[in-house]
Structure formats: structure tokens, C-alpha cells
Ligand binder design. Structure first.
Ligand code: GUN
Length: 281
């Protein structure tokens, strides 16, 4: 039977470490502030933003909420970002995605001061990750590295296969595994013989976006399987990109959905907020 990698417990551990660091900073007169911007009323975004605010409260980070109407123009949003970039009392700026269609997402993300880009989406931070310089790292892949390390999974020298090449998960995931000295392959929708590729993996990260697509025939016996997907099935039950029932019996460790990768994203966001203070000094 596979070991279950408990993302909820590991995220709680990271949040408690952040809480201690924030308390210490407070005692030295330093406050950490995160500005969270949401444009429009996308229900999923409202839930995510609410969870981010709750996490800030728990840790002791001051959060500034900007809930802007759907009709907000691109230039109004850019103006707000310029203002927040210039504020000495704001350490992190997060613009919740997706943005309404009339706003150019790339332009908005590029406008955030890279030293306040706690999401790690700014080209400066992506470039820094690529060449091994300090900077913010995208929260979900950074969380996956923590899941592996804190579960005692060795990455150095291992065959790592990442399925998915998005800017937010797949690409930074590959770079982080490489930084840990893994031998990394990035597979995607155009990959030929995907099963042949994924069956080589000692560590398999599935960020495909298709419910239960990764069945046992994609997985090598004894592999560590990380499931980034989150979907609702026909019975309104959550499931991942991995077919847990068929894969769990053959792998050595696996993340469940829910309670695996999901909770790590916010924990790493909090960690980035804490680290932003030192990066800005
Ligand atoms: N929308 C879905 N995930 C994320 C995330 O990690 N950061 C931001 N800013 N928006 C998102």
C-alpha cells in the first residue's frame, strides 16, 4: 500500500512556521502586508481570495482587500498596481486570476513590481528561477517540492516526469526539480507514447487538467505520484488527474485529492509573503 502524502498536515506545518516568523518580525516592529486584488465576481476566485485572507489572519499578515467591479478598466487596474508598487507599507501584491476578458492579463502581471510579486508570475522571477537566482517561485510547484522533501522523497538523480507545460505549474515545476538535481522530462498533449514516457518516472507530477486520466498503466511500480488536478465528478465529488483507485496500489507514495497539493498553494503564498520582507530590505 502506498504512503499517503498529507498535504493538509504539511501545509499546516508551513503555516505555523510562517506564523512564528511573523510574530518575531512583529516583536521587532516589522509588519507584513499583502494586497489582494479581485476584479469581478467569479465564484471560484471569491472562494480562493477568501481562503487567502483567512490564512493571512491566522499567520498575522495584514491583508488589504481590493474587490473591484467587473467593469473596472485595464488602466484603472494598472493605476492601482502602480500605487501599491510605490507603497512602502505593502510587501506583496496578488491579482487573482482569471481577469475579465477586456483586461490583458500579461500586461497586468508585468506591471507588478517583481519584488512584490508573491505569486511568482513576473518574467523577472521566472527568469531568476531559470538561472538559479533568488526570487519568488510560483506557489503550487514550490509547494510540491516541500511535499516531496518533507515526506523524505529524494529528488537528486531521480527520473522526474512532469505532465503539463503551463507557466504556473508545469514549467516552474520542471525547473525546480532540475534545481534539486532530478533528471527531468516535460510531457504534454503532443507527446508521443505518453505511457512510455511516464512509465520511466520515479517521480511523476500530473498537471494535465483531465479527470482521472492517469491510470495504473501510466505508472511504474514504486513511483511517487503527485496529483495537481482538481475536478468535480458527476456526483459532485472531488477527484484529481490521477485515477487514485487504480494507481495507489502500485505506487510507493501518492497525494490524495483533496488534501494533497491543494492546501500547499496558500501555505507557499504565505511563505512568499514572509520572505518578501527580506527580499525588499
Ligand atoms: N487563480 C488560480 N490560481 C491562482 C494563483 O495561484 N494565483 C492567482 N493570482 N490567481 C490564481
Amino acid at each position: 500500500m502506498a504512503k499517503l502524502i498529507d498535504g493538509k498536515a504539511i501545509a499546516a506545518q508551513i503555516k505555523d512556521e510562517c506564523r512564528e516568523k511573523v510574530a518575531k518580525m512583529k516583536s521587532e516592529g516589522v509588519e507584513v502586508t499583502l494586497a489582494v486584488i479581485q476584479v469581478g465576481n467569479d465564484p471560484a476566485s471569491t472562494v480562493y481570495v477568501g481562503n487567502k485572507k483567512k490564512a493571512c489572519e491566522y499567520i498575522g499578515i495584514r491583508s488589504l482587500a481590493y474587490e473591484l467591479p467587473e467593469e473596472t478598466t485595464e488602466s484603472e487596474l494598472l493605476e492601482l498596481i502602480t500605487e501599491l508598487n510605490g507603497r512602502k507599507d505593502v510587501n506583496g501584491i496578488l491579482v487573482q486570476l482569471p481577469l475579465p476578458g477586456h483586461i490583458d492579463e500579461e500586461k497586468v502581471l508585468d506591471a507588478i513590481d517583481s519584488r512584490k510579486d508573491v505569486d511568482g508570475f513576473h518574467p523577472q522571477n521566472v527568469g531568476a528561477l531559470c538561472i538559479g537566482k533568488p526570487g519568488f517561485v510560483s506557489c503550487t510547484p514550490a509547494g510540491i517540492i516541500q511535499l516531496l522533501k518533507r515526506s523524505g522523497v529524494e529528488i537528486a538523480g531521480k527520473e522526474c516526469v512532469v505532465i503539463g507545460r503551463s507557466n504556473i505549474v508545469g514549467k516552474p515545476m520542471a525547473l525546480l526539480l532540475l534545481r534539486e538535481n532530478g533528471t527531468v522530462t516535460v510531457a504534454h498533449s503532443k507527446t508521443k507514447d505518453l505511457r512510455e514516457v511516464t512509465k520511466r518516472a520515479d517521480i511523476l507530477v500530473a498537471a494535465v487538467g483531465k479527470p482521472k486520466m492517469i491510470t495504473a498503466d501510466y505508472v511504474k511500480e514504486g513511483a511517487v505520484v503527485i496529483d495537481v488536478g482538481i475536478h468535480r465528478n458527476e456526483n459532485n465529488k472531488l477527484c484529481g488527474d490521477v485515477d487514485f483507485e487504480s494507481v495507489e496500489p502500485i505506487c510507493s507514495a501518492i497525494t490524495p485529492v483533496p488534501g494533497g497539493v491543494g492546501p500547499m498553494t496558500i501555505a507557499m503564498l504565505m511563505n512568499n509573503c514572509v520572505e518578501s520582507v527580506a527580499l525588499q530590505q
